[in-house]
Write a protein that binds this ligand. Structure first.
Ligand code: BG6
Length: 466
């Protein structure tokens, strides 16, 4: 199996992909025959490339670095100097990949991972097409392509990009990654629902009143200002991570957890979403200066000279509903922001309050906590000792307390899925199309001349929706 990473010296490859591959290597979980080809523009030898990767790795995870195993890991890696704009370089790559097959006398699996800025996708697709890398093996199932988010900038550009992609690859070859789907709590959602009858009956409008999906970060845009300013919080987080979490938690529990069934179920949710009033049910914010953890932080506009006049949103709150009868009337809140008071990613289901026994209104909440520490909490009401009053108490499950293992990083888990050809944690074309269709009208509205984000102080907890 040969994994070619385009953009091998970039941020994603260096900070996420190679460290995940090394962790897997250390645990002996990589396919035995895996070879990794790092494709990037700089002039580097194999040794220099590996050193470059190890510097970053030591920076991030110095405590788990082991020279001997790192050297073994490096034996799997070949650096390939190439330019994504050069057809000749793609041809050279094709030849190199084919050589490995000649040695083995069979066509080994080839995976092409596009760890590059979305702007470079079209030329990369064109390079792949012209050098026929997609059909480097006779059977298409031996060749896979992995694309990152955001895939497109709006519905129109998504269609254009996707047409390029499906023109080259069959759907079964395409892995659309969203790293949130690799997080342990997220992978657990359907299992948890299926394995606990308390929850699989009446997981709908009869018992659930409101669903909140929050993806909050205290970080600002940091060094990614130029990329971020073009995409904003809506495309960078809501269209992808936020909607994926929502569709997973609301999806009809399939009778088998197969990739097709899971993805169809999520598509049904995504296609059913709507916003009642664009004016009242959508908030768009941008952080001003403020204080986080006691330290002053700059406003978004001050982060980079190119942002001075920017209207890009760093905060989004959408109040939505579903057209499906099962979810009729249930309020859905998608909230995501940068430079908020603290990092918090969670999905909260608020159960309906009922008064089955006079004077005792019910109140339950189920929270899937992804960050800061992964787990599930169920809020229950109990009688306070000695008093005739109720109090809400949490029943808490934390991975670190129950399992005492280091949770696999999301990318580790997704890379293993790609190697095995398991698509259940990857986004289908239909899901992606439905996500863009849902947010496109909001983006269009924001594109109008007088539309401006509300400025909020960095360190805010949330912004008020009307
Ligand atoms: C990425 C976004 O997909 O997710 C970033 O591009 C964001 O802007 C990041 O910071 C958050 O990921 P995580 O796993 O730290 O919640």
């Amino acid at each position: 199996m040969i994994l070619t990473i385009f953009g091998a010296t970039g941020d994603l490859a260096r900070r996420m992909l190679f460290p995940s591959l090394y962790h897997l290597h250390k645990q002996g979980r990589l396919p035995n025959d895996l070879e990794i080809v790092g494709f990037a523009r700089r002039e580097l030898s194999n040794e220099q490339f590996c050193e470059y990767l190890s510097d970053e790795f030591k920076n991030l995870y110095g405590n788990v670095f082991n020279l001997e195993s790192w050297q073994k890991f490096c034996e799997k890696i070949t650096y390939f100097q190439g330019d994504l704009a050069s057809e000749a370089d793609f041809q050279r790559l094709g030849k190199k990949l084919a050589e490995a097959d000649t040695d083995l006398q069979s066509c080994t699996d080839k995976i092409f991972y596009l760890a590059i800025s979305p702007d470079l996708y079209p030329q990369t697709f064109s390079g792949i097409r012209k050098s026929q890398l997609e059909s480097i093996c006779e059977h298409t199932k031996h060749v896979r392509v992995v694309v990152e988010k955001p895939f497109g900038k709006n519905l129109k550009s998504y269609y254009e990009l996707n047409n390029n992609l499906i023109d080259i690859f069959d759907e079964e070859q395409i892995y659309r990654i969203d790293h949130y789907l690799g997080k342990e709590t997220v992978k657990n959602i359907l299992n948890f629902r299926a394995a606990n009858p308390l929850f699989f009956n009446d997981w709908n409008k009869n018992t659930i009143d409101r669903i909140d999906v929050k993806v909050m970060e205290s970080l600002g845009v940091g060094t990614r200002a130029e990329y971020y300013d073009e995409y904003g919080q809506m495309r960078d987080l809501v269209q992808s991570h936020g909607l994926q979490l929502l569709s997973l938690v609301m999806s009809e529990l399939p009778d088998e957890l197969t990739a097709d069934k899971i993805r169809n179920s999520k598509t049904e949710i995504l296609q059913s979403l709507y916003v009642e009033s664009m004016e009242n049910d959508v908030v768009r914010g941008q952080y001003g200066s403020g204080i986080i953890d006691g330290y002053p932080v700059k406003s978004y506009k001050e982060e980079h000279e190119k942002l001075v006049e920017s209207n890009t949103e760093t905060y989004v709150h959408i109040k939505a509903h579903s057209r499906l009868e099962t979810w009729e009337g249930v309020e859905i809140n998608l909230i995501s922001g940068k430079r908020m008071q603290s990092k918090e990613t969670s999905i909260t289901l608020h159960f309906k309050s009922q008064e089955r026994v006079k004077g005792i209104p019910s109140k339950n909440k189920l929270i899937f906590q992804l960050q800061p520490s992964e787990g599930i909490t169920l809020d229950l009401q109990v009688k306070k000792p000695g008093l005739n009053e109720l109090e809400v108490v949490p029943m808490v499950f934390k991975y670190q307390d129950n399992f005492r293992v280091l949770l696999p990083d999301a990318y580790e888990s997704l890379l293993l899925d790609i190697f095995k050809g398991n698509k259940s944690s990857f986004i289908s074309n239909e899901e992606l199309e439905a996500s863009w269709k849902f947010i496109d009208p909001i983006l269009e509205l924001w594109n109008t001349e007088n539309s401006r984000p509300v400025i909020y102080p960095a360190g805010s907890k949330y912004l008020q929706i009307n």
